[in-house]
Ligand binder design. Structure first.
Ligand SMILES: NC(=O)c1ccc[n+]([C@@H]2O[C@H](COP(=O)([O-])OP(=O)(O)OC[C@H]3O[C@@H](n4cnc5c(N)ncnc54)[C@H](OP(=O)(O)O)[C@@H]3O)[C@@H](O)[C@H]2O)c1
Ligand SMILES: [Zn+2]
Ligand SMILES: [Zn+2]
Length: 336
């Protein structure tokens, strides 16, 4: 099969991926093989390619927003049959034996495997995966290119949202309005939760207003008009933590979504931290993905994507890095 491989770190501008012929994988017992139709581009792919995250496998095929068709099933596969539509996201596998896996908290498994990092991902024509870690998508009434961006920002946003414990009638703050925050806003809205968005760029402020935020501006310039029940911070900006905490009601929860962050300083414990909780989003659970896709079907949620042919995968990564995409997301069309 054809696949884009990464052999060593380099800036996206230097086009670090190579399009090569590699052996097509076959489904082993309990596995399905998916013929990949589309794969979305995520900022994490850029972080892996450029060396912000180490190479865990070399060479590696990046990509973890995969939608395709099951075209081979191994022995004892029960959840999928040939021709079914399947999705694969960041959680590729976990040990199934540790205390976390046994209590449905596989996001903390010490042996967790990530798609397109520990194992080959979706910038290729085929992928194999344990059927238990693949999402059945045959009942999702969207085009594959509309589903792909849901596979990472959608599921991660939903997982962060769940950590906030926000209820109908509450007020939720979102700091940074990228693709992930967009999905959180839509899910929150559907539950009758008010949303207050702080983001710097006029483009994102406009995007938040258009998406229906109750308030959107840059909170470092314009004060959020009320206290909030919970807040999610999306960018890796530690300096946002204390201002966000200062905005919380007593009992309020702050969720940090990023995988890394600049230093966090909380100067005023009594005013800003006391009576509040800080939680972090740490990988994803299968239940997050399954619940999110039930919500998708209910809300008919989707986000715009610019499509790129397989041969132009590196152009897609470059435009995503530069923030020059016409739509919020980039999706590579591989087959179909
Ligand atoms: N924890 C996990 O397991 C997990 C899993 C998946 C994803 N994630 C994380 O979830 C986040 C995904 O969100 P995303 O991709 O939608 O976010 P993003 O693009 O990284 O950031 C969202 C917005 O935040 C604003 N921003 C960026 N840097 C900022 C700064 N220094 N100060 C203030 N605002 C800043 C930018 O908007 P403006 O220019 O308008 O300010 C940006 O568009 C990422 O941080 C990713 O690492 C975590
Ligand atoms: Zn991702
Ligand atoms: Zn485990």
């Amino acid at each position: 099969m054809r696949a884009w491989i990464l052999e060593k770190h380099a800036k996206i501008e230097e086009r670090p991926l190579k399009l090569v012929e590699v052996p097509t994988p076959h489904a082993q017992e309990g596995e399905i093989r998916v013929k990949i139709l589309v794969c979305g581009v995520c900022r994490t792919d850029i972080h892996i390619a450029e060396g912000d995250l180490p190479l865990r496998k070399c060479p590696v095929i990046l990509g973890h927003e995969i939608v395709g068709i099951v075209d081979e099933v191994g022995e004892n596969v029960r959840r999928f049959k040939l021709g079914d539509r399947a999705g694969i996201y960041w959680l590729y596998n976990s040990c199934k034996k540790c205390k976390y896996c046994l209590s449905h908290r596989e996001n903390y498994c010490p042996d967790i495997k990530s798609t397109g990092w520990d194992e080959d991902g979706g910038y290729a024509e085929y992928i194999t995966i344990s059927e238990e870690y693949s999402l059945p998508l045959s009942d999702v009434h969207l085009e594959p290119s509309e589903i792909a961006p849901l596979m990472c920002p959608g599921i991660a946003g939903y997982a962060a949202f769940k950590l906030t414990e926000t209820q109908t009638g509450d007020k939720l703050g979102l700091y940074g309005f990228g693709p992930t925050a967009y999905f959180v806003l839509k899910v929150a809205q559907s539950m009758g939760i008010e949303t207050y968005v702080s983001t710097r760029s006029t483009k994102n402020i406009g995007g938040a207003k258009k998406a229906g935020a109750n308030w959107a501006a840059d909170a470092s310039r314009e004060r959020i008009p009320c206290k909030l029940d919970s807040v999610i911070i999306f960018p890796p900006a530690g300096n946002l933590v204390e201002p966000a905490l200062s905005q919380l009601e007593k009992g309020g929860i702050l969720v940090m979504a990023p995988v890394n962050a600049s230093p966090i300083v909380i100067e005023n414990y009594s005013e800003n931290l006391w009576g509040h909780s800080i939680r972090t989003l740490f990988n994803l659970r299968r239940s997050d993905a399954e619940e999110f896709f039930e919500t998708i079907n209910r809300l008919q949620l989707k986000a715009g994507a610019t499509l790129f042919p397989f041969e132009e995968t590196q152009d897609a990564l470059l435009l995503a890095k530069q923030g020059k995409l016409e739509q919020p997301n980039a999706v590579i069309k591989i087959a179909g």
